[in-house]
Design a protein around this ligand. Structure first.
Ligand SMILES: Nc1ncnc2c1ncn2[C@@H]1O[C@H](COP(=O)(O)OP(=O)(O)O)[C@@H](O)[C@H]1O
Ligand SMILES: [Mg+2]
Length: 261
């Protein structure tokens, strides 16, 4: 059974950047096979990783629903389930030491229940091929609340230094409890801290929200610049402050040890 790591937090706090660096580090450590999942409707994990993705789950759903509503056969002699299976396999992009799947969005009219049902099954089967699944979530936590991605073994909450960022992850933690998701490990990373230092107000709010802080990632001008020029963060030197801080944090997360429990 794959070990599922979910990354969550308010929009713009650095989830995707940290997820990308996390994947890069786990690959470098020889962990695998890894499936990276971009569960943000506004998909951009591939950019951080420097990968091209041609097909998303959302697009597949659109295809099937479009055909359904217009009475067009999907493909001669192929059942809907087989078609979905084929397209799902095509949607899995091969990265450097990991695979990448983009959930994307589907906005067409009509009901997606049937497609969602089959896809859920097929995603469960696909997941069995991997030892680690790392999901970059969207701020709205739609996939978390719908249970699209199954169980979560480790939840990494990301916040910036703002009170609102901490409150947002506090709410996610509450949501997890309300949904009775039983996540064994929930840790907080504070990202983009000026000089890597947590200010007192933020520390207070973390306590108030009863969050377990595992580390602080500094504001790193390079990260920002790479993003601004559309350069993948995997090309950022290993001694960049943000990368070094994240590496320490990942070591403290003891992912291998936790996944063997
Ligand atoms: N440690 C950091 N130092 C400087 N800029 C950062 C850092 N982490 C993220 N950023 C920048 O913050 C912005 C939002 O990051 P992103 O990872 O897209 O957030 P999210 O996925 O939470 O919406 C991007 O411009 C990114 O380059
Ligand atoms: Mg993001």
């Amino acid at each position: 059974m794959a070990f599922n790591i979910a990354v969550a937090g308010k929009g713009g706090v650095g989830k995707t950047s940290l997820t990308g660096m996390l994947i890069e580090y786990l690959v470098a450590e020889g962990l695998g096979p890894i499936l990276a999942v971009d569960a943000d409707a506004n998909a951009n994990l591939n950019e951080v990783l420097g990968e091209e993705v041609d097909l998303s789950i959302g697009e597949i759903k659109e295809e099937v629903n479009h055909a359904e509503m217009n009475g067009i056969p999907l493909s001669p002699g192929v059942t809907k389930a087989d078609f979905l299976q084929l397209r799902l396999n095509q949607a899995v992009a091969e990265g450097n030491g990991y695979d990448l799947l983009v959930m994307g969005r589907s906005q067409g009219a009509g009901c997606y229940c049937y497609v969602n049902g089959i896809l859920k099954n097929q995603l469960d089967i696909l997941a069995k091929n991997y030892q680690y699944i790392i999901v970059d979530n969207e701020a709205g936590m739609e996939h978390l609340s719908r249970g699209t991605l199954g169980k979560i073994d480790m939840l990494i909450l990301v916040s910036d230094c703002s009170r609102r960022g901490i409150q947002a992850v506090g709410r996610i933690k509450e949501l997890v409890a309300e949904l009775n998701l039983k996540v064994p490990v929930i840790k907080l990373i504070v990202n983009r801290a000026p000089d890597g230092v947590l200010n007192e107000g933020t520390a207070e709010e973390i306590k108030k929200q009863d969050l377990d802080l595992i580390g602080v990632v500094p504001l790193d001008q390079n990260v920002f610049e790479f993003d601004a020029y559309g350069k993948p963060l995997v090309q950022l030197p290993a001694d960049s402050p943000a990368k070094m801080a994240l590496r320490d944090i990942v070591d403290k997360l003891e992912i291998i040890k936790n996944s063997k429990k």
